[in-house]
Design a protein around this ligand. Structure first.
Ligand code: HEC
Ligand code: HEC
Length: 236
């Protein structure tokens, strides 16, 4: 009995998000608010897509007045499992400890609302992808990446102006020739923070499949019409 309990506990821990327990926000001290804000600015990718307190992107809705608009349970569920909560969303699942998830959700749902910045309508999609494999990858790039990186990888998507760092120009042959395929894969998968780059580059490894991410690496190579450095390429 005790062993079974122990095993269940381990399982829940190992899976991280396995426990679908009901969420009740805990009171947030001013120290914890500062901590939550610091995390969101400097560590998590949230402000790449969302505005909070006047700073951040316009890909997703503003997070400045969640207290008025959403229940704590919804906010918690959305951060913990975006695809399960808003099926088809481009918001990626961001791995974080249970304690951080609790802190961020508690903070966001209790923060005194501030006036959200205007959120201009995104430009209409200019791409009409076909139904081939290459078309599917182009569509993936257009939906998930182009808002920041630009439809043709010029680094000038409509959301680029809201970021403290310029999104990499995937069409820049000179720069992209210095990056290995593995480095590109890791950046898309793990996100900027882990790669010692801007935390506003989101991690997609918990949302897209490995095949999709490798296909995206191939797509970046077609945008730059270039290969990685010779040391990184398989010998022919
Ligand atoms: C790649 C962009 C992106 C990133 C990164 C991102 N989100 Fe989102 N988020 C969205 C979009 C888009 C939506 C709107 C849901 C939909 O697609 O319909 C959303 C919705 C939400 C909602 C629900 C808001 C509402 O009013 O319905 C919350 C809460 C939220 N995100 C929090 C976060 C947090 C916290 C982080 C960081 C851990 C984060 N998001 C990272 C794009 C993103
Ligand atoms: C919310 C904006 C945003 C979105 C969405 C986004 N990126 Fe990025 N990305 C950035 C920023 C900003 C950087 C630059 C980070 C730096 O230089 O510190 C970056 C960097 C990168 C890099 C690192 C390049 C290098 O120098 O090694 C790759 C690869 C990349 N992005 C691919 C993608 C792909 C593929 C997608 C879509 C699946 C995507 N990004 C979606 C903002 C974004």
């Amino acid at each position: 009995m005790i062993l079974a309990l122990f095993a269940a506990l381990l399982l829940a821990q190992g899976q991280g998000e396995a426990s679908a327990r009901p969420f009740s926000p805990r009171p947030v001290s001013s120290f914890q608010s500062a901590k939550a804000e610091w995390f969101m600015r400097h560590r998590l990718p949230c402000l790449g897509c969302h505005e909070l307190g006047g700073e951040g992107g316009t890909i997703g809705p503003s997070l400045s007045e969640l207290k008025r608009r959403r229940t704590p349970a919804y906010v918690y569920a959305m951060i913990r499992d975006p695809q399960g909560t808003a099926p088809g969303t481009i918001m990626p699942r961001v791995p974080m400890s249970e304690a951080t998830l609790d802190l961020i959700a508690s903070y966001l749902t209790q923060r005194e609302p501030t006036r959200p910045l205007p959120r201009p309508a995104p430009p209409p999609a200019t791409l009409r992808p076909d139904s081939t494999q290459a078309g599917a990858t182009a569509a993936l790039y257009a939906r998930f990446c182009a808002p920041c990186h630009g439809v043709r990888g010029g680094g000038e998507g409509y959301n680029a102006r809201n970021l403290p760092v310029r999104p990499t120009a995937h069409a820049d042959k000179t720069y992209m020739s210095t990056r290995s395929d593995d480095a590109l894969f890791d950046a898309i998968s793990a996100g900027g923070y882990v790669m010692n780059r801007s935390n506003r580059m989101p991690p997609f490894g918990w949302t897209l499949t490995r095949q999709q991410i490798w296909a995206l690496v191939g797509y970046l190579r077609s945008l730059c019409r270039c290969e990685g450095p010779s040391w990184s390429r398989p010998k022919r």
